[in-house]
Design a protein around this ligand. Sequence first.
Ligand SMILES: [Ca+2]
Ligand SMILES: [Ca+2]
Length: 265
Amino acid sequence: MKILLALLLSASGLFAQADYSTLLLLSNSQTSGTNFTVDVWETFDFTATAGNVTTTLLEANDNYATTGYTAVQDTQTKMSTSTSGEQTLINRPGGVSDTGTRGLAIDLTSLSATSTAHFNCPSDTNSVSVGFWFRTAAISDTRTYEIALFQNAGSDFCMSLNFRNDGGTYKLRQTTSDGNSDVNVSANTWYWLTAKYVRNGTCSFSVYTTSGSLVSAVTKTDSNNRVFNRLRFGITTAPAATDSVTLYYDDLLFVWNGAIFPLGP
Ligand SMILES: [Ca+2]
Ligand SMILES: [Ca+2]
């Protein structure tokens, strides 16, 4: 099928390179998808009402986790799972197709505290890559919502991924010791976010659509020189939110052995 498509497109000469790549991706997603290896695939495929995303439920759904790795509930009274939070991976972590039905949901209504889960590596690492689905929302306030926080074992800052309304322009933002790199996005839309933290090096951040097309790839260097140990996932700062909206997340992927990038979707 792919060869036939390639021949047809080459012969016609009517399609730009970008169209050809997109068609191959679509062709790929319509089959079983490409296999790739991860250290953890948290599917969030469990039922939990607000405040009941427990360590036990998280760990029952963190595929491939090795000895020493832990998924831990944190302050999370506004965190639940929802069928509205499910988004399907195009490719196959560990050779397994995504047949999930639920994702993580965080209700920002009257949110006044952090709402996170911790994902702790089995040991310190100088580089790690992460990927996950995130659905943006229409927020009116202009504060920065920290949706994934990379930390060392002492809970010191390594890198963060953020969502914000910047004067009417919605942005997904990578922040390191050296500043911010932004990707403009739309409200109420699913995106695949993938990031690689490199201690004292160049940290990468890429955003993809649900069909696997790259929206933008940016970087920011780190000069804090801290060793990564854990990810705090959700809303990591007390936001005093003023919007009644829900943020959704699904399929958190982690690679600390080799830290392949981009990771997914
Ligand atoms: Ca899921
Ligand atoms: Ca999924």
